[in-house]
Design a protein around this ligand. Structure first.
Ligand SMILES: [Zn+2]
Length: 191
């Protein structure tokens, strides 16, 4: 973690982890990629290492992020997909030139067309969003139950009953809020 910047919320699904770089969207929103370098840091954690990022590329990343957020939210709510968001996602997917690489250990890696092509990394993220919104992967899009969050997340639990985008933050906070409300009720009834 770099001092002075909000830490990342890392999930296992690339596209929804990416939309999670802006959290508390329905409350006091926290921007977790406030600078181009923070986007570089985030991409590296997902195997999409770039050596640099310009402010314009950071703007592109945020444009894609918000398009994925809008489309994933609509899909989770079973609403029609917003046409502009779909267009943005498709444009980024088509504009990326990353190649899937199989490592000798049998893992998938991404090779970007050049180390400064943030657009290639964004293309991988856009394609990941397409695969979950299109229902190609095992899981279900859902909205976080925290009222200040409501982030779209990809539920891969067996029962498909996950309520929060992140157990350690939104899940914990909700549990604490419920606990405190119960405590208040009990202390009132004891008076
Ligand atoms: Zn949440």
């Amino acid at each position: 973690m770099r001092a002075g910047f909000p830490d990342f919320r890392l999930g296992t699904v690339l596209a929804t982890s990416f939309t999670g770089t802006l959290t508390e969207r329905r409350g006091d929103a926290v921007e977790r990629i406030p600078t181009p370098q923070r986007l570089v840091d985030w991409l590296a954690l997902y195997g999409l290492a770039v050596d640099s990022c310009t402010p314009a590329q950071l703007d592109l990343a945020r444009e894609l992020r918000e398009a994925i957020h809008a489309a994933a939210t609509a899909a989770a709510s079973q609403d029609a997909l917003p046409a502009t968001a779909v267009q943005v996602i498709n444009d980024f997917s088509a504009g990326g030139r990353a190649a899937a690489i199989l490592t000798p250990e049998g893992r998938r890696w991404w090779r970007l067309s050049s180390a400064s092509r943030v657009e290639d990394a964004l293309g991988v993220i856009a394609a990941d969003a397409i695969s979950i919104i299109a229902g190609e992967r095992d899981g279900k899009l859902a909205l976080c139950a925290s009222p200040t969050c409501q982030a779209a997340f990809f539920d891969t639990s067996q029962s498909r009953t996950r309520k929060w985008c992140d157990m350690n933050t939104c899940g914990n906070r909700q549990k604490k809020a419920r606990f405190n409300a119960n405590q208040r009720r009990h202390s009132r009834s004891a008076e």
